[in-house]
Design a protein around this ligand. Structure first.
Ligand code: GDP
Ligand code: MG
Length: 750
């Protein structure tokens, strides 16, 4: 483009030394900043010069003036730069462009105390009017310089002063115009600029003060003649500019004096404060001229971006809107700074995130022990790093980006935090459950009547304090996720659930032990009862000492009584032990109810076992033989032919046969009714759960939904089985009879 005025020619003009040497200063001193593509180069240049990290501690100075008025020469003398200077031999116009160089003067070099990081822009080819060239570039470079520079050096020959129609005044008119245009949009933060008039080849006949007055008068006339944009009609030149003046002797005629005066001038490029009572117009000759109010407040690291954005707008002839440019810059830079800050954050957090994520994928619990020491510092440093650089930019944008960054960081930290709490939760619950079981096991081993409730209370205390310790070690002050109220309440809740589950299990185990005990006792008692049946002595002969005389008729009464006693003792034991579990009265009720039902089922099973075909037939046969082979005194009979074998046989057989209907139905002799089973078991207590009922066998006549009646529940032998049993028994009895008969005859024959 016509304005992409990269001064390639300038490079050619530069002494060969510049291109061929590897000397840093030569290769990087000149950077054109007026092209967008060059902002990268400018960035590199500022990095190289260590200016990027300077924040606001840098300055921008531009020089303006007609062609070949010794501008570059002046800058090179003032700042030790190497801007191209037209050689004395070939006086021809240099190509237009804006060049930048960092101040090369250092104090060590014997220079003077100048401000840090003075960036100097040599604006070339600003004066095209003399040869009738278009003034477009002049306008654009003036706009660019005003948008960026604190001080504009206006360079002119002494003989140009007072030539109102001269090129310089045209240039100044342009400067004023673009200034009004520029700050029309930005009235709040209008930065002032210093116009530093440097009068060259001062002969000394006209005092500087006279020259100054002439210039100021001219400026006032220009200002009045300006067509000011609406709203700024009444604005004054002093609203925008301060002025300073210096005169330099002829460089060729008074070389030593020239150098001396330039050095004096150089010393003024240091920070200064303006006496509020005086204007810059009267700045003392020795004051620093870099006033804070001149600074454009663009952080150094954002300057290349800002400069290229501005230049783009200028080239495209768009209205320059500095506040918008500053906001755009802030957004761009804040994003960049946030990205950089996040890279460091990532280095610390990513490995932890990965391990946690891998753990979740593998379904494993991962405890990140280093998390507690990582979270806080990672958060603090990412925010601090961001603040350090980004806070220099547009405040609202900075704040918004800070909030965004904080959200991102906190989102990730929160995930880690919750993951860790989750691990603490799960491990804590597991440890709690294990520890309670282990404590119970140890207590049981000691045989003591251990208090389950107390074990639970102690273990819960440990579990909660462990969790609290772990969770609180992860807290980070100021982080919105940094609390675990809800999490610990869920944790407590689960510990409660686990402990009540453990208690239920414990109760179950107790119940199972007691049920087994009942089963054994019943097996013994019922077995004994049926064995007595076999001996046929029930109701006859001497009873076992201490026991009431028994009779076959009372069989079921004894069975029921024994059953009730056994279960009664077991119930007392159960109630006793359950109190150590802190079981509620309801839970105890349910346990007892289950015990009664299970005991009944056990009894019923035992009875069925006793009346199994082989067993009962044997018992009946023994019962019969006992009655048949022994007399009423219990003495064995020796059969003789004269004996009424048939009579004895018939009565013994009859007596035994009466047992079959007796055994068939569980019926109490006292009432000739079934035992009050339903009443004895009782209604299911409130608080019975489905789980409580799951393993229970339905009991006929007791359970509403059982398919059988109490009558069926009490039927020990079905009618057909009883009939079958009678037939088999009779056959067996017949055999015994025949044998007796034979032995009687045989006994005689002998
Ligand atoms: P620029 O175009 O304004 O940057 O001017 P240059 O720095 O390239 O100088 C133009 C010419 O003026 C060169 O030949 C210099 O040697 C000469 N020159 C530089 N400074 C002075 C000065 O103070 N007085 C005089 N008379 N000539 C100077
Ligand atoms: Mg020059």
């Amino acid at each position: 483009s016509g304005h992409d005025l990269l001064t390639t020619q300038r490079r050619k003009h530069s002494p060969p030394l510049c291109l061929q040497t590897s000397h840093r200063a030569n290769c990087h001193d000149y950077e054109r900043v007026s092209s967008n593509a060059r902002s990268v180069n400018l960035s590199k240049y500022l990095n190289l010069e260590n200016v990027s990290s300077a924040g606001f501690n840098y300055h921008l100075i531009s020089v303006f003036g007609s062609q070949s008025t010794g501008k570059s020469t002046l800058l090179n003398h003032l700042f030790g730069t190497q801007f191209g200077v037209m050689s004395e031999a070939q006086r021809r116009q240099t190509t237009k462009g804006i060049w930048m160089s960092n101040n090369k003067r250092t104090q060590a070099e014997g220079g003077y105390a100048m401000a840090d990081n003075i960036l100097v822009m040599d604006v070339e080819g600003t004066d095209g009017r003399e040869r009738g060239e278009d003034q477009d570039f002049e306008r654009k470079s003036a706009l660019f310089a005003l948008a960026t520079s604190e001080i504009l050096i206006v360079n002119m020959w002494e003989h140009q002063v007072g030539l109102f129609q001269g090129a310089n005044m045209g240039l100044l008119k342009t400067v004023f115009e673009v200034n009004l245009q520029l700050f029309l949009k930005d009235r709040k933060s209008v930065p002032r600029s210093l116009l530093y008039f440097v009068i060259r080849d001062h002969l000394g006949q006209t005092p500087l003060s006279n020259l100054r007055d002439t210039i100021l008068q001219d400026l006032a006339r220009i200002w009045i003649g300006l067509s000011k944009p609406p709203g700024l009609e009444d604005s004054k030149i002093d609203d925008y500019f301060d002025f300073a003046f210096v005169a330099l002797p002829h460089k060729v005629l008074q070389p030593e004096k020239f150098v001396q005066e330039v050095h004096k001038l150089g010393q003024r490029f240091r920070e200064g404060r303006k006496d509020p009572k005086r204007t810059a117009l009267h700045l003392d000759d020795n004051d620093g001229v870099l006033l804070t109010e001149y600074h454009r407040r663009i952080p150094a690291d954002g300057f290349p971006m800002y400069a290229s954005g501005i230049w783009e707008q200028i080239v495209d002839n768009k209205d320059l809107d500095l506040p918008t440019q500053q906001e755009l810059l802030a957004q761009f830079r804040c994003d960049e700074i946030a990205r950089e800050a996040l890279i460091m954050f990532d280095e610390h957090i990513k490995p932890l995130e990965n391990r946690q994520a891998d753990g979740i994928k593998a379904g494993k619990l991962v405890v990140l022990s280093e998390l507690s020491s990582a979270l806080g510092p990672a958060r603090a440093s990412v925010l601090k790093n961001f603040h350090l650089e980004a806070s220099r930019y547009h405040k609202a944008v900075y704040q918004r980006k800070l909030d965004e960054l904080r959200d991102v960081v906190d989102g990730r930290l929160k995930t880690l935090f919750l993951g860790q709490l989750n691990a603490s939760h799960k491990l804590g619950v597991q440890a709690f459950s294990d520890n309670v079981s282990e404590a119970v096991r140890i207590a049981q081993k000691k045989g003591a009547n251990y208090d389950f409730a107390q074990i639970v209370v102690a273990e819960k205390k440990i579990a909660i304090s462990t969790y609290e310790k772990e969770a609180s070690s992860l807290l980070v002050e100021g982080a919105p996720w940094s609390e675990y109220k809800q999490e610990i309440s869920l944790y407590r809740q689960e510990l409660d659930e686990v402990s009540s589950r453990l208690r239920r299990d414990e109760m179950r185990r107790l119940a199972t032990r007691i049920e087994r005990h009942v089963k054994n006792r019943l097996a013994e008692r019922i077995g004994l009862e049926f064995n007595n049946l076999g001996s046929g002595r029930a109701g006859r002969g001497a009873p076992v000492e201490g026991e009431k005389p028994t009779s076959e008729k009372d069989l079921w009464d004894r069975v029921w009584k024994g059953f009730c006693e056994t279960v009664g003792h077991a119930s007392v034991r159960f109630t006793d032990r359950a109190s150590g579990f802190d079981a509620s009265p309801e839970e105890v009720e349910v346990g007892l109810w289950r015990l009664r039902r299970k005991s009944w089922t056990a009894l019923r099973a035992k009875l069925e076992d006793e009346v199994m075909e082989g067993n009962i037939l044997l018992k009946l046969r023994e019962n019969f033989e006992d009655k048949f082979r022994y007399d009423d005194e219990g003495v064995p009979r020796i059969w003789r032919p004269t004996d009424d074998i048939e009579g004895i046989y018939t009565s013994a057989r009859h007596s035994t046969l009466t047992l079959i209907p007796l055994l068939s139905r569980f019926r109490l002799a006292v009432s000739s009714e079934p035992p009050p089973l339903e009443e004895w078991i009782g209604r299911p207590p409130t608080g019975v759960t489905a789980a409580d009922e799951d393993d229970l066998t339905p009991i006929g006549g007791v359970d509403d939904d059982s398919q059988t009646t109490i009558e069926e529940e009490m039927t020990i032998l079905s009618d057909s089985k009883a009939a079958d049993l009678a037939t088999r028994f009779k056959k067996a009895a017949d055999g015994v009879y025949v044998e007796a008969k034979r032995s009687a005859i045989g006994g005689v024959a002998q």
